[in-house]
Design a protein around this ligand. Structure first.
Ligand code: NDP
Length: 292
């Protein structure tokens, strides 16, 4: 059994980006610049945005954190988006989700210039991705593809069952893995909350991508011997014995499933760190594409 080590691989990707940024600096070019818009004071969002900004600093990107009041109106936020779209010193930006309830998320995401949409959530990018054109691929599925590629996990002709059909994980990874090319050419089944007899499907799968958000849902009896397991789930589970008062759990009962699998991602240290690395990769791509 091989652990698909997202911590190590994401570090390698960041090092590769750092080398490119260093040579940009040496040539006197402007370095990539990522901005993050954070509305309100949600603790988890603050943590996520903080680590994105810190990662930018580590690899030599310029970064800007734009913090806005929870009470900001939709119109004011749209004005802020418009300014970011026009800012020629900025290559890409993200609007950290979720937004407060009085703001229409879809309206905000549609206002982002697709050329700066490094989260890859704009329909223009999603459509381009689905059509095999150059696009910003959402960071989590992009990270999964990188892990599969770099560990040379066989995918061609394999049966992949994706559990979850969200727009940011399940749906895009199912499209990417069925496309031609590296980490693709799989026969993909997409499962969701209405799927009947899920374990009959997962037991046939060569690759299982779990992206539903229910801790330790996938157990050993649902998996065939030698399967590859990608665990996207991140759930905080209360645990008084832990200093933080919680532990992070994935969607896979790791120990028992790992014993049967050929490749598996741990939680934490699997898909999570890859997500940030691929956001940085998208920002570098934005810098390169937009200057071309
Ligand atoms: P969503 O809640 O948007 O989607 C969950 C999906 O799981 C839905 O499609 C839902 O089906 C399906 N589902 C729910 N219950 C079942 C069930 N019992 N059987 C089969 N399918 C089910 O979640 P996300 O995709 O945003 O996130 C999934 C998990 O991944 C979460 O734990 C999240 O925290 C984590 N995550 C981790 C990231 C990382 O960087 N590692 C990044 C993004 C997310 P239906 O459509 O029918 O409702």
């Amino acid at each position: 059994m091989t652990i698909l080590d997202g911590k190590k691989t994401s570090q390698e990707i960041k090092e590769e980006i750092k080398v490119t940024v260093t040579s940009m600096k040496e040539r006197g070019e402007r370095v990539p610049h990522l901005a993050a818009v954070l509305v309100g004071n949600d603790g988890a969002s603050l943590t996520y945005v903080g680590s994105k900004v810190r990662s930018c600093e580590q690899i030599g990107f310029e970064s800007t954190l734009i913090r806005l009041e929870e009470e900001i109106s939709e119109e004011e936020l749209l004005l802020q988006i418009d300014q970011l779209n026009k800012d020629k010193t900025l290559d890409g930006y993200i609007v950290q989700l979720p937004l407060p309830k009085h703001i229409n998320e879809e309206r905000i995401l549609l206002a982002i210039d697709p050329k700066k949409d490094v989260d890859g959530f704009h329909p223009a990018n999603f459509g381009r991705m689905a059509l095999d054109l150059d696009a910003f691929i959402p960071a989590t599925p992009f990270g999964i593809i990188q892990l599969l590629e770099r560990y040379e996990v066989p995918t061609s002709g394999k049966h992949c069952v994706v559990v979850g059909r969200s727009h940011i994980v399940g749906r895009p990874i199912s499209i990417l893995m069925s496309q031609k090319g590296p980490a693709g050419d799989a026969t993909v089944t997409v499962a969701h909350s209405r799927t009947k007899n899920l374990s009959e499907l997962t037991k046939q799968a060569d690759i299982i991508v779990m992206a539903l958000g229910i801790p330790e849902y996938l157990t050993a009896d649902m998996v065939k011997e030698g399967a590859t397991i990608i665990d996207v789930g991140i759930t905080r589970v209360a645990d008084e014995s832990h200093p933080k008062g919680y532990v992070i759990k994935g969607d896979v009962a790791f120990d028992e499933v790992a014993a049967k699998s050929s490749f598996i991602t741990p939680v934490p240290g699997g898909v999570g760190p890859m997500t940030i690395a691929m956001l940085l990769k998208n920002t570098l791509l934005a810098r390169q594409w937009n200057q071309a």
